[in-house]
Design a protein around this ligand. Structure first.
Ligand SMILES: CC(C)(COP(=O)(O)OP(=O)(O)OC[C@H]1O[C@@H](n2cnc3c(N)ncnc32)[C@H](O)[C@@H]1OP(=O)(O)O)[C@@H](O)C(=O)NCCC(=O)NCCS
Length: 206
């Protein structure tokens, strides 16, 4: 497999007008909250860096636009791209992943923070809680979110419908149906502390 990942510091982004296409810039103008604006821009910059390195296309000819599902579309040089990709952002960082040879990619980045037991019991199915502590729970969260991004379902699932047990995803209910629609691909999860103090998961597969 070959997934490429790029993380960018949101304090070190180029100006929006150097990165965004006209249509992206028009959408960017509609974003009101500074945090949302910089995260949205940062995710695009990270992905455009990867695409530019692969295809040699300038930033402004790479277009990542929101879709109703939440999962954005990617156009390169005016044509819809077949590259699998995913975006994430958290606490001052944004990251993107692309793969030319895998059909499915999902990533998630989360800051390691104290998580209440009550939250963990609510969000994770008991079968997922094979460990404890803030790093474990944050890692588990990133696994679930990375898998949800592969499914493309966004918030339409409840958190028990995707379960990550010892680094493997399992699907129930609406998640099982969404996974079947993708053809039940074998998914691999890779979790690491890619940025100190943050957990990161890449979910990928054919
Ligand atoms: C949107 C969601 C996919 C991830 O959101 P998140 O972890 O809060 O945010 P992240 O920064 O990691 O990711 C946001 C990016 O995901 C992408 N995204 C949004 N909806 C998506 C979808 N349906 N499918 C794939 N990717 C999606 C977008 O690129 C978005 O960035 P952008 O709006 O700047 O382009 C969604 O799962 C969510 O909001 N979850 C909240 C927690 C929850 O209830 N989880 C239960 C799931 S089992």
């Amino acid at each position: 497999m070959s997934c490429q990942i790029k993380a960018v510091d949101l304090n070190r982004l180029p100006p929006a007008d150097e990165i965004l296409s006209q249509r992206e810039a028009a959408f960017f103008q509609t974003l009101r909250f500074p945090k949302r604006r910089v995260e949205w821009l940062g995710g695009r910059f990270a992905l455009k860096e990867l695409v530019r390195a692969n295809c040699g296309v300038p930033y402004r000819e790479i277009e990542i636009l929101p879709q109703p599902s939440g999962k954005p579309s990617l156009c390169v040089g005016g044509k819809e791209s077949l590259l699998a990709f995913s975006l994430t952002h958290s606490h001052g960082w944004a990251a993107a992943a692309v793969s030319a040879d895998e059909r499915f990619v999902g990533i998630d980045l989360e800051k390691i923070e104290h998580r209440l037991d009550a939250w963990a019991k609510d969000f994770f199915h008991p079968s997922e809680l094979t460990g404890s502590g803030d790093a474990f729970l944050t890692a588990l969260w990133t696994q679930k979110e990375a898998v949800v991004k592969v499914l493309g379902t966004g918030l339409s699932l409840n958190s028990y419908e995707v379960r990550c047990i010892d680094g493997k995803p399992f699907f129930f209910g609406r998640a099982q149906a969404a996974y079947a629609r993708l053809g039940n691909p074998a998914l691999t999860l890779q979790t690491d502390e890619r940025i100190p103090g943050f957990m990161f998961t890449l979910a990928h597969g054919h």
